[in-house]
Ligand binder design. Structure first.
Ligand code: ZN
Length: 387
């Protein structure tokens, strides 16, 4: 399964001696036919033919053998991988990692000195985990998932909440209080289950479903840690089918994520003076990254810009006119890159930053003001001097 830990582990793997193959394959179940096999064959043979000239004979042989194993694997197991497959292979370093990708990807293959996890990070954004809880006075259902799919993980009916026919010899007002106590107990029980869910399977966004009155009373008893995740409410009955729950939840979540993008773009364009709580443009963003400050990275999904990575200290930098081939921090030699953006994204991911890709043309136009990339920062940097 594709989890944050898995991406982190893969991103930490370095294979300087033997090339690692990263394959992303789009799978459309209904279209696994001869065309699919031909496309796969072409992808693999292109990779074999366009191998970098710097590889030795032994390295080339290793890649060809790995490509052969990949071909067999996909041929035999493709139907076990929903909409997409990511495969990271390096036979010499005993690396073989196959991940199901729950959303469609563009097929691509790359060969290098580490697994190419950039597409996984990009997908992760689309697969933000969320929780939906349908709540009524005596029932609760909890769903967990992302915009690709949700599952019902808990269902619960409180048999103790009395119905109208249970009034018996009770006076109207005493019976009313008695019922309300039970309902409150049921809300508390459900709130406890939601908190346990959040600990077991982290989620940042919570959707609640029910009548306004019930949801308002339920929100009151939620643990603050869960309550702050509540991003929207849907009017669904407890017996709604999972498809309705999925559709309605996705609608609320997409709207909220869209709003979040707008808020972040706004903060980057208009907020506090430079260097305080934001960085805009590739240079300042990379400097903030070096200082471990990135809380939220925002970038135009099509943004690319050259840069370099220090072979000695690993720091990233933009092309430097005065010393084009040496690291500005340690003087080490630089590895020049046509596009430094994937390294910035990966570095931000490792700082546990939230990463927001802007993919509509309207958002991209807005982000042009900040140079295509920027970040909200975790802490302010004092620039020194007297106060
Ligand atoms: Zn350096």
């Amino acid at each position: 399964m594709m989890t944050r830990d898995k991406i982190e582990t893969l991103s930490g793997i370095s294979t300087p001696d033997w090339p690692t193959i990263s394959l992303y394959l789009r799978i459309e179940k209904e279209r696994i036919d001869e065309d699919f096999s031909i496309r796969l064959k072409n992808l693999l043979s292109d990779a074999a033919e366009n191998l970098d000239a710097m590889y030795s004979h032994e390295q080339r042989e290793a890649v060809l053998s790995d490509l052969g194993r990949i071909k067999e694997f996909v041929r035999d197991r493709q139907d076990r991988y929903g909409r997409g497959l990511a495969l990271f292979v390096n036979g010499h370093d005993s690396l073989w990692e196959a991940l199901e990708i729950p959303s469609q990807v563009e097929s691509r293959i790359s060969i290098g000195t580490s697994p190419d996890v950039f597409p996984l990070i990009r997908l992760r954004e689309q697969l933000e985990p969320f929780c939906t809880c349908l709540i009524s006075r005596d029932q609760a259902r909890i769903f967990y998932g992302h915009m690709g799919k949700i599952d019902e993980i808990d269902e619960y009916r409180d048999e103790m909440v009395p119905g109208q026919h249970d009034q018996g010899g009770w006076s109207q007002s005493r019976f009313g209080r008695h019922v309300e106590e039970h309902v409150r107990g049921h809300f508390k029980e459900t709130a406890g289950r939601l908190f346990a869910t959040a600990e077991e399977r982290p989620f940042r966004l919570l959707v609640l479903g029910g009548t306004d009155e019930v949801v308002a009373a339920f929100v009151d008893v939620l643990h603050p840690y869960v309550r702050e995740r509540h991003v929207g409410t849907v009017r669904l009955l407890p017996e709604a089918n999972i498809n309705e729950v999925y559709q309605e939840s996705c609608r609320v979540i997409s709207k909220w994520l869209e709003g979040e993008k707008q808020r972040v773009i706004h903060a980057l364009r208009n907020q506090a003076p430079e260097g305080e709580l934001r960085a805009t443009g590739i240079g300042p963003t990379i400097e903030a990254l070096q200082r471990g400050q990135i809380m939220t990275l925002v970038l135009d999904a099509s943004f690319e810009t050259p840069g370099a990575v220090c072979r000695n200290c690993g720091s990233l930098q933009i092309p430097n006119q005065s010393s084009p081939s040496n690291c500005i921090y340690c003087g080490g030699s630089l590895d020049q890159k046509d596009n430094i953006v994937p390294d910035v994204v990966l570095g931000s991911f490792r700082q546990d930053a939230r990463i927001i890709f802007l993919d509509t043309s309207e958002q991209q136009q807005q982000s042009a003001d900040i140079g295509g990339v920027g970040a909200l920062l975790r802490f302010a940097v004092t620039t020194g001097g007297t106060q």
